[in-house]
Ligand binder design. Structure first.
Ligand code: HXC
Length: 515
């Protein structure tokens, strides 16, 4: 037995060494951790159980027959994050560039199957050159098997992807099918056809970071949901964020003791400017409602005219959706529609009530938006809110015009509670646009058209640009003092905590298709 154990330890040491010291040093020189160091950062101390450590490839072509690839380039198993079980894989770039071959894929699939069978979150740490070229169609098939499992697990267990190095080709699509993609600046890239891509306008080669780095995917493509300056911050934040999620779609997110908001709710009375043409920072309103330090913003740099994220209110997890008047006046456009719709569906799959803060002048006008499919993308928001069976609450702070009023969780789409601040303006369109249409002739024929126009705008504002017309029709449940917003939401959340629509509607739970 002693000899057998010595042999086991020898083999284990070889596996633990991954691609060797030289390659690990190269990894560190790039500001990257190794696959096993990352698991150490992610998981509770001594909680990792490895599965398939001695697995290796069966490839015989292109010099592979004699090539040992430690753990076949991916470390897989289960562990705990703050005491709660999770299933993980961590690709080892030091072993054949973390490339995905047949056995590598089988190991990931086994972990995905176990995560689904045991209804636990699944976390993938990606650092890979994509399909292992030497293994041909076996490698491609491996990706297909993973994509199918990602899709089957969608909306059943939370799936989180960390992008911690190059993710080339097929390596990008499994993350893209998951709920959240977290990316490190500088060292991580995602690209399908790069890295050597030529700019069609300048004819110059595009730098791989510019093409598919965290900045590009965090702000332009929207592929990355959150970006971080380094891996330490990413894994610390991921551990904290997992506390906002349930383990599966039949579970609720964990509750904690509540904390006071960062902004004194009393100040909420002072944030909306006197002039309807002035903007303000919606983040201040969120900070006056949610528990201090609880806000996890998603897509912070993408479609900045909307804000989405998770937070706690009095210790309970909620999804937050808000217009951001600082950018594009908070209007809805193609990208913000996708951002909002996807977030509402994500919350709905994981039993997270949604709170919507409304201040939007409407849809962004223009040929670009129309031809970009604002009808198709805007419809996703209508669909997502109408479909969602979790508690839905909306607060209209200021402008809520036309289709955008309806889209932002109106009673008509099934809001369980819809309240407004006294500053709310709920109407078919803004006063200027409305008066230009309705009173066109009267204004044109007036002695002083400008004075007449202002008079009509004033009349319209008094009549329609307030919350009381909507409240009198039952479309707004109550008009509230801004400083009471948090308390009102807590009361309503409590009243809705046993909402049964999920079961009463007869709808099946749904996945979280990447919109
Ligand atoms: C086999 C690979 C590999 C791959 C990298 N390696 N990618 N081995 N298959 N796909 C190996 C290298 O040979 C090298 O081995 C080690 O990993 C490190 O790679 P380097 O090139 O030295 O590292 P670096 O300079 O950092 O560049 C990393 C990289 C580059 C940008 C990822 O390796 C690269 O461009 N790889 C190919 C990317 C790609 O086009 N993949 C798409 C595959 S097609 P040694 O032994 O020297 O350490 C695909 C289609 C699936 O995925 C479609 C599904 C929908």
């Amino acid at each position: 037995m002693d000899e057998l154990l010595r042999d086991l330890n020898r083999r284990r040491r070889r596996v633990l060494a991954g691609g060797g010291e030289k390659r690990a040093a190269k990894q560190h020189a790039k500001g990257k951790y190794t696959a096993r160091e990352r698991l150490h950062l992610l998981l509770d101390e001594d909680s990792f159980t490895e599965i398939g450590e001695f697995a290796t490839h069966r490839s015989r072509d292109f010099g592979m027959a004699d090539r040992e690839v430690a753990a076949d380039g991916v470390v897989t198993g289960h562990g705990r994050v703050n005491g709660r079980p999770v299933y993980v894989y961590s690709q080892d770039f030091t072993s054949m560039g973390g490339s995905l071959g047949e056995v590598h894929a089988q190991k990931i699939c086994r972990i995905m199957d176990l995560a689904l069978q045991n209804a636990c979150p699944f976390i993938g740490i990606n650092d890979s050159g994509g399909a292992r070229i030497q293994e041909g169609v076996d490698a491609l098939n491996g990706y297909g098997e993973i994509f199918r499992r990602n899709t089957q697990a969608s909306g059943v267990i939370p799936q989180i992807s960390v992008i911690a190095g190059p993710c080339a080709g097929g390596a990008t699509y499994s993350p893209a099918l998951t709920d959240l993609v977290l990316m490190v600046s500088g060292s991580a890239q995602m690209f399908i056809t790069g890295p050597a891509v030529i700019n069609s306008v300048t004819g110059e080669e595009v730098d791989s970071q510019e093409l598919g780095g965290a900045e590009a995917h965090g702000s332009k493509s929207g592929v990355a949901h959150v970006t971080y300056p380094d891996e330490d911050q990413l894994f610390a934040d991921l551990r904290w964020m997992m506390g906002l999620l349930p383990s599966n779609n039949e579970d609720n997110p964990p509750c904690t003791d509540g904390t006071a908001p960062a902004v004194d709710p009393q100040h909420l009375r002072e944030i909306i400017p006197g002039s309807p043409y002035k903007s303000y920072d919606m983040q201040l309103i969120i900070d006056g409602i949610v528990d201090d330090g609880s806000f996890f913003e998603i897509h912070a740099e993408f479609a900045t005219n909307a804000i989405v994220g998770l937070a706690r209110i009095d210790g309970r997890v909620v999804g937050v959706v808000a217009n951001q008047p600082r950018f594009l006046a908070g209007c809805l456009d193609v990208d913000s529609s996708d951002k909002i719709a996807r977030h509402v569906r994500f919350c709905d799959t994981f039993n997270i009530p949604v709170i919507t803060l409304v201040d939007t002048p409407g849809y962004l006008p223009g040929v670009d938006q129309e031809h970009g499919g604002i009808i198709r993308h805007g419809a996703k928001v209508l669909y997502a809110y109408s479909e969602a069976t979790v508690p839905k609450m909306s607060v209209v702070l200021r402008k809520a015009y036309g289709g955008a009023y309806l889209a932002m969780c109106s009673r008509s789409l099934g809001a369980d509670a819809a309240v407004a601040w006294p500053s709310a303006e709920i109407a078919v369109m803004g006063p200027e646009g409305a008066c230009n249409i309705v009173f066109r002739r009267e204004i044109a024929e007036a002695e002083d058209p400008e004075a007449m126009r202002n008079k009509k705008i004033d009349q319209y504002r008094k009549k329609f640009a307030n919350p009381y017309v909507a409240a009198s029709g039952g479309y707004i449940d109550s008009v509230i003092d801004p400083r009471d917003t948090r308390r009102e939401l807590v009361d309503r959340l409590t009243a809705l905590s046993d909402k049964r629509a999920r079961y009463a509607s007869g709808r099946h739970p749904h996945g979280n298709i990447p919109l």
